[in-house]
Design a protein around this ligand. Structure first.
Ligand SMILES: [Mn+2]
Length: 292
């Protein structure tokens, strides 16, 4: 791999590691779909490279330099989606069993299924899902007949029947993007959406705090397109009207203590300007660890 993420130790395996706080796992996976621009698989190494533009220091005593954070490098990606997901699940499970926080760098959002299988495999209890994303990814198949894509990832997780249906929280979605099938699923299963447009008109952080109070532990899946393209232009499916970086960091800060599994997906360095989107991703990791 390139240099490990700033403030972490590059390792090849974690079996012998002790007193771990967090482990970074790169998953440079993207599907072969023709409808999305290529580039998501370039993100893990780009994020590592950009991490050196930041000191990683902060006003908090707790920051990446004071924690024991390892960087496992990138998973070997095979052509078969299933094999890559099994390898991701295996690694996520190992990290969780060591009571450390997995920080997964995608890749496209279809990898979330591997992350979830890792949570299940670990037998650790994680109560709820926070899906920070412009889209809810609840299509059963998209594009046509494609069951395992970035647009179906949350539906595939739902089908595993691991998290209670009412423990799914979609934050930053843009209502007008959602398919009728997705809206129906949200309604019939009692899932919660906090749509992006609410961020300008209500005291939204209080509402999110209430959700956080309800549960002990979260799997946080951050699709960087939850941000407005002004803040994160380097994504495959940009949607205007999203959150600001500051709003995202505020959410991560209040979520940090209860975040037990974290992933950042859908950064597309090929579509980026001056690596802005990779910078936000780095900062999101620093903010999360600062607040732990
Ligand atoms: Mn997504």
């Amino acid at each position: 791999m390139s240099e490990p993420f700033n403030g972490t130790f590059g390792v090849e395996e974690i079996d012998t590691a002790v007193n771990l706080d967090a482990v970074i796992i790169g998953v440079p996976f993207e599907d072969n779909s023709k409808i999305y621009p290529k580039g998501a698989s370039l993100a893990p190494n780009k994020i590592r490279e950009i991490s050196y533009f930041f000191s990683g220091q902060s006003f908090s005593e707790q920051n990446i330099h004071s924690l024991n954070v390892l960087d496992l490098g990138d998973l070997k990606i095979t052509r078969k989606y299933d094999e890559t997901m099994s390898s991701l699940a295996e690694n996520v499970s190992k990290v969780l069993q060591k009571n450390a926080l997995p920080i997964i760098l995608g890749g496209d959002h279809s990898i979330a299924l591997g992350t979830t299988k890792g949570i299940i495999k670990s037998q650790k209890k994680i109560d709820a899902v926070i899906w920070l994303d412009a889209h809810v990814d609840l299509m059963d198949a998209y594009p046509e007949k494609e069951k395992y894509s970035r647009a179906t990832s949350c539906k595939r997780i739902f089908d595993l029947n691991f998290f209670n249906a009412e423990n799914y929280y979609f934050i930053g979605c843009r209502g007008h993007n959602l398919g009728l099938e997705e809206v129906e699923m949200i309604k019939t299963n009692g899932m919660t959406t906090i749509e992006a447009q609410l961020f300008s008109s209500r005291d939204i952080l209080k509402e999110i705090s209430k959700i956080i109070d309800r549960h002990d532990s979260f799997y946080v899946s951050l699709d960087i397109d939850v941000l407005d393209p002004a803040y994160a232009p380097g994504v495959s499916v940009p949607e205007p009207g999203g959150l600001s970086s500051r709003e995202l960091f505020s959410i991560l800060q209040i979520l940090a203590n209860k975040t037990k599994c974290f992933e950042i997906v859908e950064i597309n360095p090929n579509k980026d300007f001056n690596d802005l989107t990779s910078m936000v991703a780095c900062k999101a990791i620093f903010e999360l660890l600062d607040s732990k």
